[in-house]
Design a protein. Sequence first.
Length: 397
Amino acid sequence: MWKNVQPAPPDSILGLTDAFRKDQNPEKVNLGVGVYKDEKGNTPILRCVKAAEKELLEIEKTKSYLPISGDPGYAAAVQRLILGENNAVIKDGRAVTVHAPGGTGALRVGGDLIHKFSPEAKLWVSSPTWANHNGIFEAAGFEIKQYGYYNPQTRALDFDLLMADLAKVPAGDVVVLHACCHNPSGVDLQNEQWTEVAALAAKTGWIPFLDFAYQGFGDGVDEDRFAVEQFAAAGIDCYVASSFSKNFGLYNERTGAITVITPSTDEATVAMSHLKTVVRTNYSNPPAHGGLVAALILNSSELRTIWLEELADMRERIKSMRKLLVQGLAAQGVDGDFSFIEAQRGMFSFSGWSDDVVAQLRKEDSIYIVGGGRINLAGLTNSNIEKVCAAVARAMK
């Protein structure tokens, strides 16, 4: 059946990782894939995760299926994390959560659920957005539209354009928003701007779908959920896809969740019933290990404290690499003001480097960057940053 079928194009990011692995240069640098690296260039297993896994091995008594929606303790912990301990939405029972296979699985489950009942709705993503947003929601049946977000001239948020575009989105359409640490630009809304966007959603009737993959990588766990809190307080339908790949380092455990927030408890009950049918016909039951580990950490004051400390260390290391990159580029005499890199948040930055520069960095210095110039700051270390800055200076002459 495959004789007359052309091969699918490689994923722009994962394909870059494959090329990086095959590169024999011992000084190669991967600034492409969105995975956290420590100072030694490794993706570590957090101490709190190791401790929780040890505890889980001792207390786990079965490998039977989890419920379709996942472990109830995990769902409750997710809600407290993304909404806040005392959020009225939780107290009123207006939110339901299911354990999904990673943030990607959460986005797809939410997309399938919405499209099941609103097949004519269009889905709006920021320009630019994470490349896989388009593939996930197209596969769920949506026509994809874009709203203005990033201004490449100012290298900052174009909030006026964003608001003008979102004001035109029809009621019932879906708008995907990055709750913090925008991927790929690293440019986020300010709190007062989030308040305006939430009010606009309530006024116009479009459905917010928040992608919350980097909680804790911006300013902190509590600070980074501000956007979610605003939409929850608006009393409208809202979706939140969360991921524990980055902030818990549970990449290969595929640990995520989709939370549906509704205006009433009765509507939440209905939403959960249909969430289960979507899951049942997709993957039937979620993988247990990652969710149970995350729940143990979040429900233990001791392990949660360790986790917050480790998360802060990751966040601060990325911030320090931002600063060193700006300083290093200036020291190499690279033309331009790169201070915008320090103002951005999370793992990513739009460097502004052209595709020609990106291609030369890969060919001449084995420095791997996604086309368009998006860089993962976590791939930088004290031992490779001088090499990277010198290579950029040569490529930009």
